[in-house]
Design a binder for this molecule. Structure first.
Ligand code: MLC
Ligand code: AMP
Length: 484
């Protein structure tokens, strides 16, 4: 990530980040992150790919911690702010983090765990003063930079290790394709433990010398206020967010609508990704904003792979063409496979899963099925696993939820599926077979203590038995039909 730090010197006096009502320049960011690196280097000269887990609110603090870890030679492991303790424990233990960094409000949440796991515990604003001024280590491109946890076809999330070289390639590809410059300004409304927010929004903006504003939570009003006041010219989000913006806009008075529509037209461009963009949303958004959303396709393991053109025609229902530096092909079964410097190094501590996810000739198997249409662009048809659900742009493993549900007293068996839904893409739903009475409200409350809200089922249906095929395997398509 040397380039991103060098760029921050080039743009020293420009605004890099706006958060918590304050503006921070690139010089501020450069200095604060180097100081944070010194703090991490108190007892060593190089973290040597040691994992640092951090639960830090979106904003200047998040980036100074992230950059500080990189400069000290460590691997960043961003934690989801809405995770309950069991999910946090899993991520911290699985990544083998030896340091945990928290915003003050998460001190109580993680204090006990840090002590139990003998992790160094840094609370921002409390014990984060650096005492050394060491030479920062040389960190070459082959070293691990980031572990993001992603749900897959195994029951527990896997850590995706991206190197500095991978991140450089992912960011520079998007800078070129989407023509980012230091004149741009954007807002990050996405969570910062996934590639969409971390790479596409924040890292691209800061690599380009643009400015990035952070909102503490998702809020339609706050986004529209920024647009109305001409504070941003680039916007990226998942389809659910565009759905929510449309609903909000439609409830405004006619005067307010006209005013916002005019302001929206001033943006340079708007992007949708992380899940299929319904054509209805794309069309409605075009009438409201004047923007034909640029849809692109990506994945935690590969960053972004396909994108509709910035200048050329954008086609509804299509995800476009390979991005610069990314090689894409379709297997005989229609699976999208990807190769190139953007492709991740490995699943953390899972050599078998890593090996299984590549073809013999080194292409990453995405599990997404597509066709190439008459104009040469890709159109996604679906996934080759029924156990992966996309809800609100989050990838969710049905197996992970089933595993947790089975631990609940009274549940004999279960099957978790995604129900098609206009707003969320898919809604998580569970069919349960019970051996004794199960109170749905109590079950729902218990589930929310075990996993983040976005993974918990929104609908339960009690079935006498689960539909199965001749081999005894649950047929999830039938489950969907039975509980819809
Ligand atoms: C939340 N809610 C849901 C839900 N998530 N309901 C149904 N399905 C879901 N998936 C409910 C909550 O329980 C709550 O209800 C209410 O909605 C508000 O919850 P919230 O957490 O406050 O939601 P909100 O802040 O409105 O979040 C919506 C959102 C969020 C769209 C902003 O889901 C989001 O940030 N999604 C983006 C995820 C992302 O970044 N994915 C990219 C992954 S990377 P109640 O009843 O509890 O009050 C990737 C690669 C690539 O995919 O290509 O980019
Ligand atoms: P994640 O593992 O969270 O990074 O999610 C990656 C997955 O999101 C991909 O494998 C796709 O299934 C899905 N995805 C991302 N972008 C799109 C898109 N534009 N259209 C359809 N699916 C998408």
């Amino acid at each position: 990530m040397i380039q991103i730090f060098n760029n921050s010197l080039t743009y020293a006096n420009k605004t890099a980040i706006i958060s918590d009502g304050k503006s921070f320049s690139y010089a501020d960011l450069h200095q604060a992150s180097a100081e944070f690196a010194q703090l991490l280097l108190a007892e060593t000269d190089d973290l040597g790919e040691g994992r640092v887990a951090f639960m830090v609110n979106p904003g200047f603090d998040y980036v100074r911690v992230q950059w500080g870890i990189w400069q000290a030679g460590g691997i960043v492991v961003p934690l989801c702010l809405s995770y309950p303790l069991p999910s946090l424990r899993y991520t911290i233990e699985n990544s083998g983090a030896s340091v945990i960094v928290v915003s003050p409000e998460f001190e109580e949440t993680l204090k006990g765990l840090a002590s139990e796991l003998a992790c160094r515990f840094i609370v921002l604003g409390k014990n984060d003063q650096a005492k050394t001024t060491k030479k920062l280590p040389e960190v070459d491109d082959s070293r691990g930079a980031m572990i993001l946890y992603t749900s897959g076809t195994t029951n527990l999330p896997k850590g995706v290790v991206s190197t500095h070289g991978n991140l450089n390639a992912q960011i520079s590809s998007l800078i070129e394709a989407w023509k980012w410059t230091s004149k741009d300004s954007t807002v990050c409304v996405l969570p910062l433990h996934h590639v969409h927010g971390v790479v596409n929004v924040v890292s691209c903006a800061l690599w380009a010398g643009a400015s990035c504003e952070f909102l503490p939570n998702f809020s339609e009003k706050a986004i529209f206020d920024l647009i109305e006041n001409a504070k941003i010219n680039v916007f990226m989000a998942v389809p659910t967010i565009y759905f929510k913006l449309i609903t909000y806009w439609e409830a405004l008075s006619e005067d307010q609508q006209i005013c916002l529509t005019q302001a929206l037209r001033q943006l340079r461009f708007m992007i949708s990704g992380s899940a299929a963009l319904p054509v209805s949303v794309m069309e409605r958004w075009e009438t409201i904003s004047g923007h034909l959303l640029l849809e692109r396709y990506g994945m935690t393991e590969i960053g972004m792979a396909l994108s509709n053109p910035y200048d050329g025609p954008r086609v509804a229902g299509h995800v476009g063409y390979p991005l610069p530096g990314v090689s894409v092909r379709l297997s005989e079964e229609g699976e999208i496979q990807v190769k190139g410097p953007t492709v991740f190094k490995e699943y953390w501590n899972k050599p078998e899963s890593t090996a299984e996810s590549f073809t013999e000739d080194g292409w990453f198997k995405t599990g997404d099925i597509a066709v190439i249409d008459e104009i040469g662009g890709y159109r996604i048809l679906g996934r080759n696993s029924v156990d992966i659900i996309k809800s609100g742009g989050y990838k969710i493993s049905a197996l992970e939820i089933e595993e947790v549900l089975r631990q609940y007293p009274g549940i004999a068996d279960c099957s978790v599926v995604g129900l098609p839904n206009d707003e969320w893409g898919e809604l998580v739903a569970a069919a349960i077979v019970i051996k004794s009475h199960v109170d749905e409200k109590a079950l729902s409350t218990w589930m929310r203590e075990q996993m983040p809200a976005y993974k918990t089922p929104r609908k339960y249906a009690v079935l006498a038995e689960l539909p199965r095929n001749a081999m005894g395997k649950v047929t999830k398509k039938d489950v969907v039909n039975l509980i819809q």
